[in-house]
Unconditional design. Structure first.
Length: 464
């Protein structure tokens, strides 16, 4: 594979200005000069000027097996030549059928049924629409309300975005406000100083139960939850939270939808985190991203036998679940997913994550000795560095709104891309990362954070 190509960055910047990127600031849309990623291999990226950068976020939490896998390219091209596409409506195709069976085998409990989508957002939207359809079939059309949480991210379709609870995104966009309810944050770091973690957990469980009772159990259809709130800043709910929220949902006959778009396919060292890490078998699991390691777009909604058996057993004639996509079960995407799973199994990548994660977390945790770093937290190979104004008050360092971006800019100068989120930096490297590469990453981060702190000092934006 030729990876020493040269590019005209200035020309690329001109061309890129026609691209309206996700979360684009439309005030500066045609002025941006982005780093253009041109080539990649393993955990490394090369920009169009030839600079080598560690891929700190694995693209967008997704390039789990790492970049530049020849056998992935081969599997994709073979499927293109064998049969690139056919309609999924009334016909099957070979890789999608094989993948459906494989996912049923890997998924916990009775989640043996797969509805293929095109990514995370379409998985979220499909699952929520399935819940609505399910309750219509059961003759309870009122049972449609959805409970989600502050700091959650569930994608960019209208309903998924409405279930997202990231404060910054609740700007000039419109949302579904009647059916979707957001619970307060489950962020242990932000609990009152004198509150134990157990009491905090009790409060969070009460938040859910009270909300169900307030809306009315006969009106609440689903609770949607990421096991770890990824884009919200790798927020890990308190111990016991997952199990107890599932129990509350069971008590009131509310479907539990686990959004594992980030946490599945190895990020926490398991195929799925719901049961293996958090001891729950939800009604529905959503996945995307790591399912193909981001090589091509694909999403999947895993649905329990219990739900489908309930529908199958209904006396009344039920109509179609009128939902699906031209590219549901796309042969090329599902072939890529099969190859991705084969690589993860053959190379023991889940085992690697379980083995290396404590080192990754411990090395990052050392950054807490920097004045500006309030907390470093994480699980598996996902972590977040949260910057604060003052370690005692824990006030988020948002005085300078772009503190995460500043750290990213400094890190890029030294060979690392981080994912900035306001006052936080999220790290989720490819799952093949080694100890020396983790060391390299942490050293660049330390310098990037320290340099940003010094800049802020000089500009009078942070007193420390
Ligand atoms: C937990 C979660 N759900 C859903 C999505 C949406 O996925 P996509 O961007 O593939 O539509 C994301 C994307 O980051 C996510 O993190």
């Amino acid at each position: 594979m030729r990876r020493n190509m040269t590019f005209d960055t200035e020309k690329l910047h001109e061309q890129d200005r026609h691209w309206v990127h996700p979360w684009e600031n439309l005030k500066t849309v045609r002025k941006a000069e982005r780093t253009i990623i041109a080539q990649s291999e393993g955990i490394y990226l090369h920009d169009s000027d030839g600079n080598k950068l560690i891929d700190g976020p694995a693209g967008m939490w997704c390039v789990n097996i790492g970049h530049g896998r020849e056998e992935m390219a081969q599997a994709i091209s073979e499927q293109v030549m064998r049969m690139p596409y056919y309609s999924p409506w009334s016909l099957g195709n070979v890789p999608a059928a094989q993948l459906a069976e494989k996912l049923a085998e890997l998924a916990p409990g009775d989640l043996n049924n797969v509805f293929f989508t095109t990514g995370g957002s379409t998985s979220v939207d499909s699952a929520l629409r399935f819940m609505m359809y399910f309750n219509n079939c059961l003759g309870r059309p009122e049972k449609k309300h959805i409970i989600s949480r502050a700091d959650a991210y569930h994608g960019s379709t209208f309903l998924g975005a409405s279930c997202s609870g990231k404060a910054r995104d609740k700007n000039l966009m419109d949302f579904e406000r009647d059916l979707v309810h957001l619970l307060p944050t489950v962020h242990p770091y932000r609990r009152p100083d004198d509150m134990s973690i157990e009491a905090f957990c009790d409060e969070k469980i009460a938040d859910l139960e009270n909300k169900i009772l307030e809306i009315g159990p006969d009106k609440v259809g689903a609770f949607i939850a990421e096991p770890i709130l990824a884009s919200g800043g790798v927020i890990i709910p308190p111990p016991g939270y997952h199990r107890r929220t599932l129990e509350v949902c069971r008590k009131y006959d509310v479907l539990y939808i686990s959004d594992e778009v980030v946490t599945a396919f190895g990020r926490l060292g398991h195929w799925f985190a719901s049961e293996d890490v958090y001891d729950i078998v939800p009604d529905i699991i959503l996945s995307a991203k790591g399912l193909t390691s981001g090589y091509v777009p694909l999403g999947a909604v895993l649905i329990s036998d219990r739900l489908l058996d309930t529908l199958g057993g209904l006396e009344a004639n039920i109509s179609y679940f009128a939902s699906g996509f031209t590219y549901s079960g796309h042969p090329v995407a599902t072939a890529a997913a099969l190859k991705n799973i084969e690589i993860i199994e053959r190379e023991g990548i889940l085992e690697n994550v379980r083995e290396i994660a404590p080192y990754f977390q411990a090395r990052l945790k050392e950054l807490e000795d920097i004045d500006m770093v309030g907390e470093v937290r994480g699980e598996g190979l996902m972590a977040c560095i949260e910057c604060v104004n003052n370690k005692q008050t824990k006030n988020p360092l948002t005085l300078d709104y772009e503190v995460g971006s500043r750290i990213d800019a400094h890190c890029q100068e030294n060979g690392l891309i981080v994912r900035p989120i306001v006052n936080m930096c999220v790290m989720s490297p490819p799952l093949i990362i080694t100890r020396p590469q983790i060391d390299e990453m942490v050293e660049i981060l330390r310098n990037g954070i320290t340099e940003s702190m010094e800049d802020l000092h000089k500009e009078g934006l942070w007193q420390g």
